[in-house]
Design a protein around this ligand. Structure first.
Ligand SMILES: NC(=O)C1=CN([C@@H]2O[C@H](COP(=O)(O)OP(=O)(O)OC[C@H]3O[C@@H](n4cnc5c(N)ncnc54)[C@H](OP(=O)(O)O)[C@@H]3O)[C@@H](O)[C@H]2O)C=CC1
Ligand SMILES: O=C(CO)COP(=O)(O)O
Length: 289
């Protein structure tokens, strides 16, 4: 909608639509993928079988991690299309609000600055402010990692733990995101921008967030299966949390909040026990300067 409103010709493909991928991809300048993580590798492989100009830019909006490889979506697109520019689009972008034409901002990040600038121009408008950023990994991880913290935030609100608890959770959640991101090779500053803190604030505070909803429903006593069955759309944080735990163990990264969300999703502990585990951890300095 945003690109079309700016006068661009837009074609949409979904596996349930009537248009074939081949027809939709003919002569395109930009391919934007907003497919759930679970379908990214498969769809990227399908796209590979059709002819594309070497100038075609790939834009990825998916916020997730590949369970097999722990790769991010942009890493998957870049591996399959090594000679094309790949741009990550991520920010505090609850789609229902954007559809209502409420103001929002986002980030487009790429190792190729001119590609990010092309995408910035395509989507920018008086209702959608687009910033460029040179750290695609950090931008992508911000949008991905915050989903796990958003599940925890939903639990926090579902248990009515109060504003102090929520502030503590979100702040320590950001510290955890920075720690994981740094280990992965992302820049610290990126996590304090729109795609990190910005998206964290949006999703941890809005019932429009599916990830927040998962936490909220779990706190209300619903099972994960029941919650996901009734959820409209994908809650990527559920899969991300599992992949993240695997990677954190391999790399020996401290991820206390992610660990409690993981155990809760596995049905190993109750929301109340997860809270106690976090509050009763060994006391320590806020930062290791
Ligand atoms: N970059 C950003 O700022 C934002 C990014 N997101 C991210 O975008 C992604 C999609 O979110 P959203 O649209 O809300 O999620 P939805 O669950 O509403 O839609 C997911 C889409 O992916 C499709 N899909 C799922 N699996 C496959 C597959 N195997 N092959 C082909 N298509 C598939 C679905 O098709 P079908 O309907 O046929 O199942 C559907 O069209 C998520 O990763 C989400 O985190 C979300 C909000 C903002
Ligand atoms: O990422 C989002 C907003 O930026 C959407 O959040 P949910 O996937 O939790 O709905």
């Amino acid at each position: 909608n945003l690109a079309a409103a700016n006068g661009h010709q837009v074609r949409v493909w979904s596996r349930q639509g009537s248009q074939t991928l081949q027809v939709v991809l003919k002569d395109v300048q930009i391919v934007l993928s907003a497919i759930s993580m679970i379908g990214v590798r498969d769809v990227a492989s399908q796209v590979e079988s059709f002819p594309l100009s070497p100038e075609t830019i790939f834009v990825t909006a998916t916020k997730g991690l590949d369970p097999q490889t722990t790769c991010t979506p942009s890493q998957i697109w870049q591996t399959i299309f090594p000679n094309h520019a790949v741009v990550v689009l991520s920010g505090p972008n609850l789609s229902k609000e954007i559809q209502m034409e409420l103001p929002a901002a986002t980030v487009v990040a790429s190792n190729i600055p001119t590609a990010a600038e092309v995408v910035q121009l395509i989507f920018s408008s008086h209702r959608f402010r687009v910033y460029t950023n040179p750290d695609p990994l950090g931008v992508e991880l911000g949008g991905t990692l915050k989903n796990v913290i958003a599940i925890a935030a939903g639990v926090c609100d579902g248990l009515q733990l109060g504003t102090n608890a929520k502030a503590a959770l979100v702040t320590r959640g950001l510290t955890e995101m920075v720690r994981i991101g740094n280990n992965w090779g992302a820049k610290t500053e990126t996590f304090y921008g729109l795609s990190g803190l910005g998206d964290l604030l949006a999703t941890c505070n809005s019932p429009l967030s599916r990830n927040y909803q998962v936490g909220y429903q779990l706190a209300g006593g619903k099972s994960l299966t029941e919650t996901l069955t009734n959820l409209q759309g994908t809650a990527e944080g559920v899969n991300t949390c599992r992949v993240l735990m695997q990677r954190a163990k391999q790399q020996n990264i401290a991820v206390p909040i992610t660990e409690q969300v993981y155990r809760l999703l596995q049905g190993e502990i109750t929301p109340g026990q997860a809270l106690d585990e976090l509050m009763l951890r060994d006391i320590k300095p806020e930062y290791n300067y």
